[in-house]
Design a protein around this ligand. Sequence first.
Ligand SMILES: *Cc1c(COP(=O)(O)O)cnc(C)c1O
Length: 402
Amino acid sequence: MSSHLLPTYARVDLAFERGEGAWLFTADGERYLDFTSGVAVNALGHAHPRLVNAIEEQARKLWHVSNLYRIPEGERLADRLCALSFADTVFFQNSGAEAIECAIKMARKYQYVSGKPERYHIITFEGAFHGRTLAAIAATGNKKYLEGFGPPMPGFDQVPLGDIETVKKAVGPETAAILIEPIMGEGGVRVVPHTFLRALRKLCDDHGLLLIFDEIQTGIGRTGDLFAYEHSGVTPDIMTLAKALGGGFPIGACLATAEASKGMTAGSHGSTFGGNPLAMAVANATLDVITADGFLDRVRKNSLVLKQRLAELKDRHASVIAEVRGEGLLIGLRMVPPSSEMVDELRNEKMITVAAGDNVVRLLPPLTIGENEIAEAFARIDRACVRLEKAHPRPLKQEAAP
Ligand SMILES: *Cc1c(COP(=O)(O)O)cnc(C)c1O
């Protein structure tokens, strides 16, 4: 492995040369079932013909042009995202953390232009993940990510998830907004109860705060709805997207209502690459596929089938799998043995998954999987569980009390 890459990742010694749908191939032709999708990025699997076409066509026409000029592909994508959501306006970037930065700046600026410059604090939740920029790690609040990087950026108040009374107590004269993932992805596929999201909405309305949903992982069909907030019935004021939006091409987006974005006037924010024609063309093609008739119905149907089969495995291997949770194809297996062992065993079965907080293994297949891949996943997880059972035998029952 190269010693010239900054060693911030504990990489597995495995490289893929090409991909096709839900399958990844090494240079030796070994085939892996991809239940990671580049961490919820390759929503349409690998080398989807519609995406390949879109990028080839656009690459021949125009890659990059400054945001000082109109970019029609981006205008079209913004129009579509707004028509499909609560939002009135979109700012495009290149990553999730950048979208979070935009959301934070927008919320602070909103309060500022509303005559409340003292309101710049954002309430966030324990177990959250919002990215790795200095503001995003302060919002994430994880000591591991903050340590050694100087004083955390001020203005983030973290509270435990699920207790509305603690959130109410955290609201003060400096509070500008509440930021939450409707389902915590990195935190371990923790589905936030809809009643809690509704209570946050009310709290925001009562106090003039903005509600920000980080849908970077949950958005663009992952949960079986285009956006997770739809299922909860709670509408945010600002929403961040990234990961699946480009189907594998780097892109981020910050969506907002006209009111929430009222402070973001000409010159208040920018990005050289954000919204470039190449990214816009691929994202438009991704949306074409995901919003086509029946696509999300199939995601929901496949999610049910997969979750039923996983529930079977949980019953069969109760000493290995503690819980199956999640929405759509954002699924978490909370493990009894360390989740990293399950990820390793599954990789031995030539199936790749990704660990998350709370001792969870995340299953993030492409949204395009079918029966064949579900059956393959079932067989591989079953075999991995059998090996973990052998590695962690249950303590023998004691014959008599000592
Ligand atoms: C991945 C992720 C981010 C960060 O996205 P990057 O593109 O890595 O900057 C932020 N929030 C959530 C919920 C994520 O899943």
